[in-house]
Design a protein. Structure first.
Length: 69
């Protein structure tokens, strides 16, 4: 993992509304992943959009585990 490609984004859990900092590795490009909420431990589906040209983080979308992206 390249530490210079890590970006922090403040997000809100779609289950309990807790705000927390999510660390995103932009070297992976656009992708989907899951992470557990640090408060309620519910599985959060995360869609990360990264610009293919610049590698800049464009968007982070969170959803419940059963949401369809």
């Amino acid at each position: 993992m390249h530490e210079e490609l890590l970006t922090s984004r403040e997000v809100t859990c779609p289950y309990c509304s807790t705000r927390f900092d999510l660390l995103v590795d932009t070297s992976q490009g656009s992708h989907r992943t899951w992470e557990d909420c640090p408060r309620c431990c519910a599985p959060i589906q995360i869609e990360i959009s990264v610009s293919p040209g610049s590698g800049e983080l464009m968007d982070v979308v969170l959803g419940r585990d059963d949401d369809v992206f």
